[in-house]
Ligand binder design. Structure first.
Ligand code: CMC
Length: 436
């Protein structure tokens, strides 16, 4: 703790309130406002724009400089030198694994990839055209009904087994969502394949035609998972922490995270990017859509542009753009009309005064959507891919919160509703316009 103090005075306060100021290892100082409630005040910060909700040692972001560190390692370095499972180990344990620890971790994850056979029956209850994210919310929450031998959140071994199960089973469940929508048989994981190769096998293979796993595609998928692995206290991670703060089991908490991720302002943006490109339809329409995005009276936004924290560039987007170029080259896809629109839109927005002034750059979802389209992953699966990669981040934060000491999350509010009033007789009440 630093010696710094913040002094708060409010009209009518008898003496100023001294508030402790903490200095982290990186980033801005933080004012501790916890004592304010005893003086009869709350702080007000909708959207948590200026609020640190917890202490964490997992991920650091400097949005102004475009820096993203996992346990101190820059994301660009991890993307170049590491792989998804090694980065999972790093996020969970705080240090990179030795060779032996890495092999052991890969082995454990590989041997947890199968799901309980009854889960296949559970899937059959979903309509064939259910959105995969709807299935993921339901199925991941339901895992607690299948793996209730490891739900004691106060038992560290239970927490570890649940973490391994979730990381290992997410690609299997993701592929099952796709297979269910296609009416094709589910594919079992193959222990001879690595994590991302296995995903390709379960997505695109059939019992009669095991696909050759294209290494370019497997590498791109590994990179998509890695670049989505964690992102500090974003909406879905904060949701997982809030859900977990009540002592809820990890599968229920991750299901809550998946539900939050689904929204188009968060993980749903990658699907929204493709929907937008399809809506634009032709390069000649781009100017109209850019003008709409700039029009204050039009709710339309360029999907895949802008970020709450990154105001210079999104370092994940830089790596994703590179991967995108590699994949498009390797697959020989250059003339796809939607990809042409995407490239042109990127160029126009990067040069447009409105986007420059508001610091709106292409974010990770802009390029990941393009890569996944090129690979042949249907657009309603895009957010499922994000959820699969992000599972380790959710689990790492959930575990950190429990080991730091659970305190239920319970924000307060600025109440602006009606004061106490008399209950009128129904016959005498005037009608009103329903507001909801
Ligand atoms: N297109 C056009 N204008 C935009 C856009 C956009 N994509 N994003 C922000 N603006 C404008 C916005 O209208 C506002 O203008 P003004 O100051 O005149 O009112 C200004 O920029 C600031 O926007 P904001 O909504 O106050 O910023 P925020 O930090 O609350 O929102 C955001 C961040 C990501 C939700 C927003 O930029 C957005 O909706 N982007 C499109 C959706 C998207 O791509 N989301 C994925 C985020 S990255 C993946 C993840 O981490 O989940």
């Amino acid at each position: 703790m630093s010696e710094k103090k913040a002094i708060l005075t409010v009209d009518g306060m008898e003496s100023p309130q001294e508030l402790p100021v903490y200095t982290g290892s990186l980033g801005p100082d933080v004012i501790d406002v916890r004592q304010l409630t005893s003086r009869g005040y709350f702080t007000y910060d909708p959207g948590f724009v200026s609020t640190a909700s917890c202490e964490s040692k997992i991920t650091y972001i400097d949005g102004g400089k475009g820096v993203l560190l996992h346990r101190g390692y820059p994301i660009e370095v991890l993307a170049e030198k590491s792989d998804y499972l090694e980065s999972c180990y790093l996020l969970l344990h705080g240090e990179l694994p030795s060779q032996g620890q890495y092999q052991e971790f890969v082995n454990i994850i590989t041997h947890h990839t199968m799901v309980h056979e009854s889960i296949a029956r559970f899937f059959r209850g979903f309509h064939y055209d259910s959105h995969p994210m709807a299935m993921m919310c339901g199925i991941v929450g339901a895992l607690s009904a299948f793996y209730h031998d490891s739900l004691d959140i106060n038992d560290s071994e239970h927490r570890v087994i649940s973490a391994h199960r979730l990381i290992a089973k997410m690609p299997t469940l993701a592929a099952m969502c796709y297979k269910h929508s296609k009416g094709q048989p589910f594919m079992y994981p193959n222990n001879k394949l690595n994590y991302s190769e296995n995903f390709v096998h379960m997505m695109f293979g059939t019992p009669c035609n095991d696909p050759d796993v294209n290494p370019v595609i497997a590498r791109a998928i590994d990179r998509i998972f890695l670049l989505h692995a964690d992102h500090e206290q974003n909406a879905s991670t904060s949701t997982v922490r809030l859900a977990g703060s009540s002592g809820a089991n990890p599968f229920a908490c991750i299901a809550a995270g998946i539900a939050t991720l689904w929204g188009p302002a968060h993980g749903g943006a990658n699907e929204a990017v493709l929907n937008m490109l399809e809506e634009i339809g032709d390069e000649k329409n781009i100017d109209t859509y850019v003008a709409r995005a700039k029009d204050k009276d039009d709710p339309f936004r360029l999907m895949g542009f802008g970020h709450r924290v990154y105001k210079n560039f999104d370092p994940r987007a830089k790596v994703m753009k590179q991967t995108c170029d590699e994949v498009l080259n390797a697959l020989g896809i250059e003339n796809d009309p939607l990809l042409k629109i995407a490239k042109r839109l990127e160029k126009i927005a990067l040069e447009d005064e409105y986007f420059i002034a508001k610091k709106l750059y292409p974010n990770v979802d802009f390029y990941s959507g393009i890569i996944m389209k090129a690979i042949g992953i249907p657009k309603d699966m895009f957010t499922v891919m994000f959820a699969t990669g992000r599972t380790v981040g959710w689990i790492a934060h959930w575990h950190e919160m429990i080991t730091d000491g659970l305190k239920i999350g319970r924000p307060r509010q600025l109440y602006t509703g009606a004061p106490v009033r008399e209950f009128p007789d129904r016959a005498t009440r005037p009608s009103h316009n329903p507001s909801f």
